[in-house]
Design a protein around this ligand. Structure first.
Ligand SMILES: Nc1ncnc2c1ncn2[C@@H]1O[C@H](COP(=O)(O)OP(=O)(O)OP(=O)(O)O)[C@@H](O)[C@H]1O
Ligand SMILES: [Mg+2]
Length: 364
């Protein structure tokens, strides 16, 4: 097992910089998820940790040892990719033991390690089968078995579940997490799926355009997003982000650009009245209230467990203000209906419109 430290890590492809100085300290045994939109540099960062990509600047340490120039095979890491191409003509056992065989490991030792990995992954009944006689999830487990037999200090995963159907993805997500809880091997897991990030991570690293936007536990990131980017990226449906400013004569009212008044529960310490701000409110923080603000229902999407409603807030004087609301209880509304809403206490977020950064709160 090992800790991993990235200090001011940079990467350029030719003259094109794609990673602009990333700092992350990963503790021994931690499960870290790198998440961010396509092209933000997740795979590049992971491949630098793996030693599959050169590092243009900064220091990378694994277990207190600087490894910038250490060849991949000496780093004691195992990587599982999205396309986990198994050898079609080799059995499950042979696939799992293949890398050990290449390294010249004794046959008995290979057999022993394959057996123990198969036990961990519940693959024992399938050891003599060929990959084409396995389900997608079983194949993915074989790919993980190949990594486990090497007894690595670090596991790296690059979108390992994106080829699986939705149901299998959820099942494998739980399996990988359970495996981590048993083996406690330091893991860096890349995904662009924020649900995977929220459910699997000890800590999430949110990336954007080659920089780190925020590092924190899933709930820290969900409850106190550091930027509007993180606020919009983590959470489904996304947080509502409304442009406007704090009303000077009523400091607990946020007035959107369209003229709608939203209640402010947190007093920002640094915003001046009139300063351009972004007000954030998560869809599940809306409640139906008799005396609440009226809004016209535009779209209703019931999923059975919950109802998503897009509504246009009434009273806007300059354009339309739409918000997405999510109700856990069933509500019988149709497009065109008027509903009245209030917000749960202390559920609003404030960001600077200029920098996108969260404002420090006073008295929170
Ligand atoms: N070999 C390469 N040569 C030049 N540019 C590259 C190379 N590999 C990646 N890039 C660029 O580096 C940036 C980061 O790519 P990377 O593959 O790390 O993104 P990602 O976050 O993994 O995206 P995705 O979610 O789509 O897999 C992208 O702009 C990409 O075009
Ligand atoms: Mg990638």
């Amino acid at each position: 097992m090992a800790s991993i430290a990235l200090h001011n890590i940079r990467k350029s492809y030719g003259s094109l910089p794609v990673i602009h100085g990333v700092d992350v300290d990963i503790e021994d045994g931690e499960f870290i998820v790198l998440v961010g939109p396509s092209g933000c540099g997740k795979s590049t960062l992971l491949r630098m940790i793996a030693g599959l990509e050169t590092i243009s600047g900064g220091r990378l340490s694994i277990g207190n040892r600087m490894v910038n120039d250490l060849p991949s095979k000496e780093r004691d890491i195992a990587m599982v990719f999205q396309s986990y191409a198994l050898y079609p003509h080799l059995t499950v056992a042979e696939n799992m033991g293949f890398s050990l065989k290449l390294r010249g490991t004794a046959k008995d030792e290979i057999g022993h390690r394959v057996q123990s990995a198969a036990k961990i992954l519940a693959l024992e009944p399938y050891l003599d089968r060929l990959p084409r006689h396995l389900s997608g999830g079983q194949r993915q487990r074989v790919a993980m078995g190949r990594a486990i037999v090497r007894d690595p200090k670090v596991f790296l995963f690059d979108e390992p579940l994106s080829n699986l159907d939705a149901k299998l993805r959820v099942a494998m997500r739980a399996e990988i997490k359970e495996l981590h809880q048993r083996l406690k091997i330091t893991t860096v897991y890349v995904t662009h799926d924020q649900t995977e990030a929220m459910t699997m991570a000890d800590r999430i690293v949110v990336m954007r355009d080659g920089i780190v936007e925020q590092i924190g536990t899933p709930l820290e990131i969900y409850d106190r997003p550091a930027t509007t980017f993180v606020a919009g990226f983590i959470g489904m449906p996304a947080m509502n982000l409304l442009k406007g400013s704090i009303q000077a004569d009523a400091p607990l009212i946020f007035r959107t650009e369209t003229g709608v008044a939203m209640p402010l529960s947190l007093r920002p310490g640094t915003a001046d009245p009139g300063e351009e701000l972004i007000y954030g409110i998560r869809p599940e923080q809306f409640v139906i209230a008799d005396e609440g603000t009226p809004a016209t229902v535009v779209v209703v999407e019931p999923t059975g467990a919950e109802t998503q409603v897009v509504a246009r807030i009434e009273g806007a004087w300059a354009g339309d203000e739409y918000v997405t609301m999510l109700f856990r209880e069933r509500i019988a509304v149709r497009p065109g209906d008027t509903i009245r809403f209030a917000l749960r206490a202390a559920s609003d977020h404030l960001f600077s419109a200029e920098t996108g950064r969260r404002l420090p709160e006073v008295g929170a």
